[in-house]
Design a protein. Structure first.
Length: 227
């Protein structure tokens, strides 16, 4: 049963969709599959470096500073890749990070870096597709850092909420209904603001009928007016 789950997940993932059935079956052999419940930790500092692909759910990537402060660095959704995406088994960055399940159930597939590299060497088209996927991920991060420099907190928060809704929500006319597992602390970390500021701004948006927020859902009634 698990073998079938691996096959159909890999077959339907954007990274592997162009591979043949035999190539997918080869990937299944080297793929590790696991589940995690909400708040469960996925250790990225494993002795054997891995690349992970999120099959189901939402996870936080949390970094730990030298003084022990924990900061949410990214929120990842179904289909996202994480771990040693640079394919550098000597990269020490993962030693200061971990992944935490943010939704009730999370499912991930993972590959050892050395096994995945062998697959890429044998399949140049897959290597190109992987490079583009990682490049898009890095560009997204660069845009976030640019926002921190050039936009005020209010603009950053609106930009984040709209982008998150477009990527993860259900659109109805000009509105978006978006399930989420984010705390206000998560959002504050992601946009480089204090939790108090995020709370104040969200309350203002709600009073202005621009935004509705609950524990598991937020709604943007009219995305064109939310600015």
């Amino acid at each position: 049963m698990e073998k079938d789950v691996k096959y159909w997940y890999l077959r339907n993932h954007q990274l592997f969709s162009r591979l043949s059935s035999d190539e997918i079956k080869e990937l299944c052999v080297i793929t590790n599959f696991r589940k995690a419940r909400k708040n469960e930790i996925i250790d990225l500092a494993d002795e054997h470096k891995r690349i992970y692909s999120l099959k189901k759910g939402t996870i936080r990537i949390i970094s730990i500073s030298e003084d022990g402060t924990e900061t949410t660095k990214e929120i990842l959704q179904q289909g996202d890749i994480f771990g040693e995406i640079s394919l550098d088994a000597n990269n020490a960055e993962a030693e200061n990070q971990y992944a935490q399940a943010a939704s009730p159930e999370v499912q991930v597939c993972s590959f050892f870096v050395e096994d995945f590299e062998k697959i890429l060497h044998r399949n140049p088209l897959l290597a190109i597709h992987y490079t583009k996927l990682v490049g898009f991920r890095l560009k997204t991060m660069q845009n976030r850092y640019a926002d921190l420099v050039f936009k005020d907190v209010r603009t950053r928060l609106i930009s984040f909420l709209k982008d998150f809704a477009v990527q993860n929500g259900k659109k109805e006319a000009n509105s978006f209904v978006t399930p989420h597992f984010l705390t206000q602390h998560d959002i504050a970390n992601l946009i480089g603001a204090s939790r108090q500021t995020v709370t104040t701004l969200m309350n203002e948006f709600t009073e202005q009928n621009l935004f509705q927020y609950s524990r598991n859902t937020f709604i943007i009634p009219d995305v064109e007016k939310f600015k």
